[in-house]
Design a protein around this ligand. Structure first.
Ligand code: NAG
Ligand code: NAG
Ligand code: NAG
Ligand code: NAG
Ligand code: NAG
Length: 795
């Protein structure tokens, strides 16, 4: 995902960008490549300077291994030295040098550098923070003691969202600083933006020197923490923007824009560059710095492509940034990450490590509607597309044409329908409103020359998956419900016409939230064993937040935009409950999340308009106000995560990468991922045949910690039994003698028999879900329980 589009531009505009970034990975040139060299434990006795000297010596040693036909490219320096999230450094190495490094006993692992992409106000109200009965904001002092590290494209510091009027002094424990660079001075930091750093050596090693300004291809970079893209500024203001009155985008969505934790401090770590995104080496340097500086939360709206060409099977080996994040969590940092924009394909979820809080994206109850009036008087409800440069489009009573009917010779109607400049006969489009087709195979939209207006119509694959895009070309969009009516109207008359009506902001739309069509879905395809991802959902469609340059505000959509909502919630909860671990914060958010929308029905998915599942929204839509007082939490510490890795089958060498002191996996009984103390349950029955065995069941042990102010008695209820399965809980009553006490229980999922599941009888993949709640009458501690039968790789 290019950071590219974890702010998800219009669906059509995204697909190609993703592919091209992958090609870059595959087509890496012969010669040296950048690696992270992860060092053995003994290096910890050295200070940073001594490590630097030692690593330089190692690199000098490695020079002897340059093959004669390899020039000494990029061998001059270490790019980064890592000190906090693990020990090591990054540098360019040839294959021969990699072999040499691997042979050194002091080197534990090498990770080849990879590129990562970014995933893009009313939402504070919609999530219940600014309502009449809201307490979390005042009780957490709006997150004033919390520091959110935003690893992204930088920041535009002059925005109102980042002013520091009336903010108290910077927390004393803060060790970070403000690094000056192009058009960014120390004076751009204040009591709101308390740190700013940028990391680019890995990017330059891969893609060549970054041009400070606009390069020949039109890509713009600024060599400092200043944001030339807009993604980082948007995310930072969503997480922690201050109140900015009269925010709007060209008059749309007018209101007060405010982030989730309006008084939390922002520390900027820029590691994403145009046009490719960010390299692992730079991202790990950002994690390393953020942890050393003392952030409480890391907001990471960045993804890598999932699948055989991208993230390896979680089992095969962890990525360096996953290890870095592990060590951040170990030090008490809450790490909120975007789940990816590869939906609605099942098995597309990214950023799956169990120490992450992985966020899915939903709509909210505000729509920027731009409707289409057909010549026959019918009105189709549409969505404002985008017009950042050309102004909003209204077109009155113009002829209407389907792009498929304007194909040039030799091009199929279907290919022309996707609106490719070279496929369309411009003389047929002049002065008309052109209807362009969007389906799962659409190539990148490249324009409809001469058209007076453009209407995109989504195929059933995307359903009602509408979102405002950053495209420079103005357009209007219709969901798939409007597809037949508009095509039928065009077919019904020799002179079809239409009017594209002005855009209006509509509040209180139902149903909301809906899971965004682009939001990546579980189950985890590349893993041995299963656990639930995403963890939860937050608003990520048409989010209005701070923009860069002349745009005070910008609309963006993506799990990138959902992630900073949860980062903000994490900051509020950290301020309110400073002793809570990252896992406790996640548990509180998950067990109090709702699976219902504003019509009291199960939250639906945009693409199908039918009920979504935990693979779409995790535990549900986050309700931070309720998370403040969850009653009980499923806590996890470093040992639990290491135990989890044992359960996945990691051996001692692999575990040492995470914890250099090593961890002895238990053998009797061996660790099981089912017993990881997560606030969710996935019962995976490998194949349908097993279901007919009478004694087949999957059990999970869990421990609940009482975070209430006193003791209490909680009773378990199975809210919903998954179709064909039976959930039981033992014991079903837990007595907590006092605040802080812990109790354990076992949950068991038993099949009622294969015959109850027709899909299973046919041998195909089946999934279903239910839920379990613990309640003392005041609190409800709810967990999703998912069952799966069959092979995930066959999804
Ligand atoms: C660490 O170990 C390596 C190899 O085992 C050795 O070469 C190096 O001198 C050691 N460094 C320290 C500081 O002990
Ligand atoms: C720095 O700011 C100046 C003045 O606004 C601008 O002209 C210049 O292009 C900026 N430099 C970069 C690299 O963006
Ligand atoms: C349609 O597009 C596909 C994919 O670009 C291409 O392979 C095919 O040849 C095209 N067919 C026609 C008739 O334009
Ligand atoms: C949804 O249910 C809650 C609780 O039962 C109720 O207070 C609320 O009015 C209902 N809302 C709608 C839109 O039906
Ligand atoms: C651990 O697993 C890795 C990857 O499969 C393998 O390369 C390594 O040799 C194993 N180490 C041990 C101690 O078994």
């Amino acid at each position: 995902m290019r950071i590219s589009p974890i702010s998800s531009n219009l669906l059509v505009l995204v697909a190609v960008a993703l592919l091209s970034s992958l090609l870059c990975l595959d087509g890496a040139p012969v010669g040296s490549k950048t690696y992270i060299i992860h060092m053995e434990k003994n290096a910890t006795h050295l200070d940073v300077d001594a490590k630097h000297a030692w690593y330089t010596e190692l690199m000098d040693g490695a020079k002897a291994f340059l093959a004669a036909d390899h020039p000494d490219d990029g061998m001059d320096s270490l790019h980064h030295v890592y000190h906090h999230v693990f020990d090591g450094f990054s540098a360019r190495l040839t294959a021969e040098q990699v072999a040499y490094m691997k042979s050194l006993p002091c080197v534990m692992a090498l990770y080849q550098d990879r590129v990562h992409k970014p995933q893009t106000t009313h939402s504070s109200e919609f999530v219940g923070l600014s309502g009449e009965n809201a307490h979390l904001w005042p009780e957490s002092n709006y997150g004033a003691d919390s520091i959110i590290g935003v690893i992204d494209t930088g920041i535009w510091p002059e925005r109102l969202s980042f002013n520091d009027h009336g903010l108290g002094p910077i927390p004393k424990r803060w060790k970070g600083s403000c690094t000056a660079g192009t058009n960014f001075t120390a004076a751009n930091c204040n009591k709101k933006i308390i740190g700013a750093k940028y990391f680019y050596k890995g990017y330059e090693a891969e893609y060549g020197k970054i041009v400070d300004g606009v390069d020949q291809k039109g890509n713009e970079n600024i060599l400092s923490a200043r944001d030339s893209d807009g993604h980082g500024t948007h995310c930072a203001s969503t997480a922690a923007g201050r109140w900015a009155r009269r925010a709007s985008y060209k008059g749309l969505a007018r209101g007060t824009a405010v982030g989730m934790a309006p008084k939390a401090r922002i520390a900027v770590y820029k590691a994403l560059w145009e046009p490719e995104g960010g390299m692992t080496t730079d991202l790990v340097a950002a994690f390393d710095r953020a942890v050393a500086d003392g952030v409480d939360v890391i907001s990471y709206s960045i993804g890598s492509k999932v699948g055989p060409d991208g993230i390896p099977d979680f089992f095969e080996g962890a990525e360096a940034e996953v290890v870095a994040a592990f060590n951040a969590v170990k030090k008490g940092v809450f790490v909120s990450v975007a789940g990816g924009n590869e939906g609605p394909t099942p098995g597309s979820i990214a950023n799956n490590a169990p120490w992450y809080t992985t966020v899915a994206a939903t709509t909210q109850d505000r729509e920027e509607q731009q409707n289409v009036l057909l010549g026959n008087g019918e009105i189709l409800v549409g969505r404002f597309g985008s017009a950042p440069k050309a102004g909003l489009q209204h077109v009155t009573n113009a002829p209407l044409i389907y792009a498929g009917h304007a194909a040039i010779n030799g091009i199929s109607a279907e290919n022309a329908s996707f609106c490719q400049v070279e496929a369309l006969d411009a003389s047929l489009l002049a002065g008309k409103i052109v209807v362009c087709n969007v389906d799962e195979r659409s190539p990148r939209f490249s324009g409809a020359p001469g058209a007076a207006g453009i209407i995109f119509v989504l195929s059933p694959y995307w359903g009602e998956g509408l979102q405002i895009s950053e495209s420079a070309i103005p357009f209007t969009q219709l969901g798939s419900d409007a597809r037949l009516p508009i095509l039928a109207y065009i077919a019904s008359t020799s002179k079809p016409t239409a009017t594209i009506l002005p855009t209006k902001t509509v509040y209180g739309t139902t149903p909301a939230p809906k899971v965004a069509a682009f939001s990546s879905r579980g189950p985890i395809r590349y893993a041995r064993g299963q656990w639930l991802k995403p963890d939860l959902a937050a608003p990520g469609v048409d989010i209005l937040a701070a923009g860069i340059k002349n745009n005070q505000y910008a609309f963006k959509s993506g799990t990138s935009m959902a992630c900073p909502h949860v980062s903000g919630f994490g900051a509020l909860l950290h301020s309110r409950h400073p002793k809570w671990s990252p896992a406790a914060i996640r548990s509180a958010l998950m067990t109090t999340a709702t699976t219902l929308d504003n019509t009291n029905n199960t939250i639906t998915a945009q693409e199908t308009s039918s009920a979504a599942s935990p693979w779409d929204f995790g535990a549900g839509f986050a309700q931070p106000e309720k998370a403040m007082n969850p009653g009980l939490v499923y806590d996890m510490g470093t040992g639990d995560y290491l135990h989890f890795l044992c359960g996945l089958g990691y051996n001692s060498t692999q575990i040492k990468l995470f914890d250099r002191d090593g961890y002895a996996c238990p053998s009797n009984p061996p660790a099981r991922i089912e017993d990881a103390n997560l606030p969710s349950f996935v019962a995976h029955f490998g194949d349908a045949a097993a279901l007919s065995l009478v004694d087949t069941s999957v059990s999970f042990s869990r421990t609940l910690s009482n975070v209430g102010s006193a003791g209490g008695t909680y009773k378990a209820t199975v809210d919903v039994q998954p179709k064909g399965f039976h959930i039981s809980v033992e014991p079903s009553t837990l007595k907590f003698s006092r605040a802080g006490s812990k109790q354990s229980y076992v949950l068991t999922v038993t099949p009622r028999g294969a015959a109850t599941l027709p899909e299973v009888a046919l041998g195909s993949f089946f999934q279903g879900s239910g839920s379990v709640s613990w309640s003392d009458g005041e609190h409800v501690v709810r967990s999703p329980v998912v069952v799966m039968v069959g092979d995930v790789s066959g999804l």
